[in-house]
Write a protein that binds this ligand. Structure first.
Ligand code: ZN
Length: 121
């Protein structure tokens, strides 16, 4: 790859430019940490929004379970469960991402199964 400062040619996995010593890859590192930030911020946003919806449902109708509001409640539970996947996408380490992704998917499936059972009862 080419150094963005001096245009010197370096090997593809070089960390520093052999011409001028500039740290290479810094641009893609910044981009990666930015997209991780966006994922985490969207997680917080979705999480707070679904918490807000759940509180509104409870405030509107104390017996939300007996009304059709329970569909909204369960939908917000499912959305907040799924939002945890955004954290997994923000993990850079591939092994942690894989292990975390598998564990979280199992937990989310189990939760959604439980929500559907509640909805059916
Ligand atoms: Zn250079």
């Amino acid at each position: 790859m080419k150094c963005y400062k001096c245009n010197g040619e370096n090997t593809a996995n070089a960390k520093y430019c052999r011409n001028c010593g500039t740290k290479l890859n810094s641009k893609s590192d910044t981009r990666n940490s930015k997209s991780a930030d966006i994922l985490l911020i969207s997680f917080i946003g979705i999480f707070l929004l679904s918490a807000l919806i759940q509180n509104i449902v409870r405030a509107v109708d104390y017996n939300w379970f007996d009304s059709s509001l329970r569909y909204i409640q369960v939908a917000s539970w499912i959305i907040s469960s799924l939002s945890y996947l955004l954290i997994i996408f923000a993990i850079k380490n591939k092994v942690f991402k894989l292990i975390g992704g598998i564990c979280l998917t199992l937990v989310i499936c189990y939760h959604i199964y439980g929500y559907i059972i509640i909805l059916m009862s």
